[in-house]
Design a protein around this ligand. Structure first.
Ligand SMILES: Nc1ncnc2c1ncn2[C@@H]1O[C@H](COP(=O)(O)OP(=O)(O)OP(=O)(O)O)[C@@H](O)[C@H]1O
Ligand SMILES: [Mg+2]
Length: 305
């Protein structure tokens, strides 16, 4: 497996000169993002996600430890050209959309007819071709985010680093971005994205990592993290709920959960009672449940109740 983005025991401290306090945003953080995957980088506000991204982009230097992007130490201009980056707070020059996207392409040494064509392609991909002549200064937050994405895609990057790419987008645009990411993966690109929209992450990410107080507290394939501890949900028709522990009757069906090793016995009971099994599926927990659990938020919200 080729590693495209790598953090190696990296610590980043911010110093506040006013208060002389130090904030440790990343604490001996290690991670390897592999070629061709969509990696979801999760974590509560202030966990250190944007810090990790800014370090990879070479905007600042780690306090200790190191990292590599596309095989080179962080901060090399030559690798920057092979990467597409969307910042958390899109700040763009007040220019018309199309020249602006072309400007970012030119920064990556693109030019001529190829750049003009590519700029229109990416504006179309983010649904902004109609607004190509509009001034970005007058765009809404979601429109800015779309232009930000177009800018990140213009150089056809091998690695896309996106800091909350869909936070301002409407549902239609989110679907569009999801398709765009899947298409990029199909084309062999690697995508590293931070997001708080866990249901979206669940849909597109091959692997996720959860950062909490600068440390990686969970890492794994999305499907593995969502698999529950061996429970099956059984939905049946034509039986009464009593007699099945925890069973709920709704819309003419009865739903209950049993440990996997009791599944066969439970199905046979349904049949012996003259019922019909509609479905029997492994219980999947949501990414949100996993997130709350590993960041300790599940306990604190429970305590607040
Ligand atoms: N320029 C800075 N100077 C001082 N402290 C900073 C700076 N940038 C970030 N921090 C601190 O570093 C920690 C991590 O911040 P970071 O922005 O990386 O979190 P995040 O995971 O991206 O959060 P969010 O989900 O809110 O975007 C926070 O405690 C934050 O206050
Ligand atoms: Mg952030």
């Amino acid at each position: 497996m080729t590693v495209v983005l790598e953090y190696d025991n990296l610590t980043k401290e911010y110093r506040s000169f006013a208060s002389r306090r130090r904030v440790r945003a990343l604490d001996h953080f290690s991670l390897q993002v592999e070629a061709g995957e969509i990696f979801g980088f999760l974590g509560p506000n202030g966990a250190g996600k944007s810090t990790a991204i800014h370090l990879a982009m070479g905007f600042m230097r780690p306090s200790s430890g190191s990292g590599r992007m596309l095989g080179k130490p962080f901060g090399r201009a030559s690798t920057r050209r092979r990467v597409g980056f969307l910042a958390e707070n899109v700040a763009l020059y007040h220019r018309r959309a199309e020249p602006l996207v072309r400007f970012y392409g030119a920064l990556n040494r693109m030019g001529g007819a190829r750049l003009s064509q590519r700029a229109r392609e990416v504006l179309e991909a983010v649904g902004m071709l109609d607004q190509a002549k509009g001034n970005v200064g007058k765009f809404s937050r979601g429109m800015l985010q779309r232009i930000g994405l177009a800018q990140a895609l213009v150089n056809d990057p091998e690695l896309l680093i996106l800091d909350e790419p869909t936070s301002a987008l409407d549902p239609v645009a989110r679907v569009m971005v999801r398709e765009l990411l899947l298409k990029a993966r199909e084309a062999g690109k690697t995508i590293f994205l931070s997001s708080h929209l866990l249901s979206e992450v669940e849909l597109v990410c091959d692997r996720v990592g959860v950062l909490h107080q600068g440390k990686l507290v969970r890492l794994g394939r999305t499907e593995d993290l969502l698999a529950s501890a061996g429970q099956t949900e059984i939905v049946a028709r034509g039986i009464a709920p009593d007699g099945f522990a925890g069973a709920v009757a709704r819309h003419g069906v009865v739903t209950f959960t049993v440990p996997v090793h009791q599944q066969q016995a439970a199905l046979e009971r349904v049949w012996s009672l003259g019922g019909e099994v509609v479905s029997a599926n492994p219980v999947r927990r949501s990414l949100e449940e996993m997130f709350l659990e590993v960041t300790g938020a599940a306990n604190s919200t429970g305590g607040a109740r």
